[in-house]
Design a binder for this molecule. Structure first.
Ligand SMILES: Nc1nc2c(ncn2[C@@H]2O[C@H](COP(=O)(O)OP(=O)(O)O)[C@@H](O)[C@H]2O)c(=O)[nH]1
Ligand SMILES: [Mg+2]
Length: 449
């Protein structure tokens, strides 16, 4: 992305296509000159006003509403103008064309408005991530998590921990400067207690069963089992549409077919896979390999086996043994009767007729039971991405390492671990400069001298 902040950027902020109203956003130094380009007088900031935009020849382009914001009190921190025009391809095209003809204006690149907001300190990285998640949110759980992150659910504790760590660092640096003096006992104790409290807080945040990532990405549920068991039938039943081809020919499903759905408010990526069997068809073999890969990564494997066939016990045991992920057994074709066999192993399974739409209630109930533990977070988790988790783990490792070092000889090493921990947390929000915070703390810091 080219970041030329000197340019005034513009973009259609609403989806393209016909609509009642469309919004064109303009941000940058010349944003407030835009009304003049359409023969309209400038108006007051933050007051919506109606205007008739005109082209160079004085022809009316559209009857619009204009809304302007003067930087830095705007979404991007720059001067911003929003044109609410009619959602007509011709109107939008004409307005954008006129803007492009003036020097200093160019079409925005993807994400550039948010990038400017970030660079101008209007939001930090976690808020920008939250915003991206909000735009992509498909379930209310995802929306809640995204808005919480936008509102500082992650950046607030991270900022708070980081400041506490740097405060400890400031104490240590002061002691390093007065190396001939002993670290006072009270200060030692305070540092120990603070470090232990910070470790506990980080451990607690990390111990979240990855719920944040799961909510964001969706839980992966994989349908697996032998050919002809009814996996694709189950997929279509849950998806509420014919997403996968169902046939009584074994080996019909070859590739992984994925649909997104929401169960008990939990976003799910449901994957239908090729039936597991020995085959000489190399395309089917590739499909089976993909199925096996999906199974390895799944949050939940739903094993579908035809319960009306003798020998389902053996298949269930064999396949169940090969799956290391949590699983649920569904015995299909209950309408044909379920074969019971005395078996050493007690199978926890539900028997259903997958062709009967009424079976869905029982299947959803069983799925919810397996998925519910993932939805039991007492509060919204604060970690929503692998990069947050990595930073938290790095910070924790540094703090834990500092606890093993002694104040007698290793103050500089302890300080270095705090510095690392602070930088790791700073990466989460994009505030990586520890020195800046240190200066700030030192400026208000009394070292008793
Ligand atoms: N009677 C009966 N037939 C079923 C049931 N589930 C699936 N079938 C049929 O079994 C065949 C194989 O189903 P399909 O979903 O393609 O199996 P897959 O190979 O596991 O994906 C199709 O003809 C389905 O209509 C069921 O519960 N009862
Ligand atoms: Mg299939």
């Amino acid at each position: 992305m080219a970041h030329n902040h000197a340019d005034t950027i513009y973009a259609l902020a609403t989806p393209p296509g016909m609509s009642a109203v469309a919004i064109i956003r303009i941000s940058g130094r010349k944003a407030l000159d835009v009304p003049a380009l359409f023969a309209v007088k400038p108006g007051s900031a933050r007051v919506a006003r109606r205007a008739f935009l005109k082209d160079r020849d004085g022809n009316i382009l559209d009857d619009v509403m204009l809304l302007s914001f003067t930087g830095p009190a705007s979404a991007t921190g720059e001067d911003v103008l929003e044109i609410q025009c009619h959602g007509s391809a011709a109107v939008i095209d004409d307005i954008l064309t006129i803007l492009s003809q003036h020097t200093g204006f160019r079409a925005a690149e993807a994400g550039e408005f948010t990038r400017r907001a970030l660079d101008n300190g209007k939001m930090d990285i976690t808020a920008a991530e939250g915003l991206a998640d909000l735009i992509e949110a498909e379930t209310s759980l995802q929306r809640r998590q995204a808005t919480a992150q936008m509102a500082g659910q992650l950046s607030r504790p991270v900022g708070f921990w980081r400041e506490r760590i740097v405060r400890l660092l400031a104490h240590l640096e002061a002691m390093i400067d007065f190396a001939d003096e002993e670290l006072p006992e009270a200060l030692r104790r305070e540092i120990d207690q603070e470090t232990a409290a910070l470790c506990a807080a980080l451990e607690q945040a990390l111990d979240d069963q990855n719920i944040g990532e799961i909510i964001r990405n969706g839980l992966s549920v994989v349908l697996a089992g032998p050919v002809n068991a009814g996996k694709s039938t189950l997929m279509n039943l849950l998806a509420g549409r014919k997403a996968a081809i169902v046939s009584d020919l074994g080996g019909t499903t070859r590739d992984v077919i994925e649909v997104k759905l929401s169960l008990a408010g939990i976003p799910i990526r449901l994957a239908d896979t090729a039936g597991l069997r020995e085959t000489t068809d190399h395309i089917e073999a590739e499909g089976i390999k993909r199925a096996e890969d999906e199974i390895k990564e799944a949050d939940l494997v739903v094993l579908v086996i035809d319960g009306s066939q003798p020998g389902w016990h053996d298949i269930a045991r064999q396949m169940g043994d090969g799956i290391s992920r949590p699983s649920l057994l569904i015995l299909s074709k209950a309408d044909k009767g379920r074969i019971e066999q005395p078996d050493a192993r007690d199978f926890e399974a539900i028997s259903v007729d997958l062709r009967d739409p009424n079976s869905i209630a029982e299947i959803e109930k069983a799925l919810k039971q397996h998925l519910a533990p993932l939805n039991q977070a007492s509060q919204t988790p604060i970690i929503t991405r692998a990069r947050h988790r990595q930073a938290f783990s790095d910070a924790l490792a540094s703090l834990q390492h500092s606890q093993t070092l002694s104040f007698e000889g290793d103050i500089a090493l302890i300080a270095e671990e705090y510095r690392r921990a602070a930088s790791a947390l700073g990466r989460v929000t994009g505030h990586i400069d520890v020195e800046e915070l240190l200066d700030h703390i030192f400026s208000r810091f009394c070292i008793g001298k």
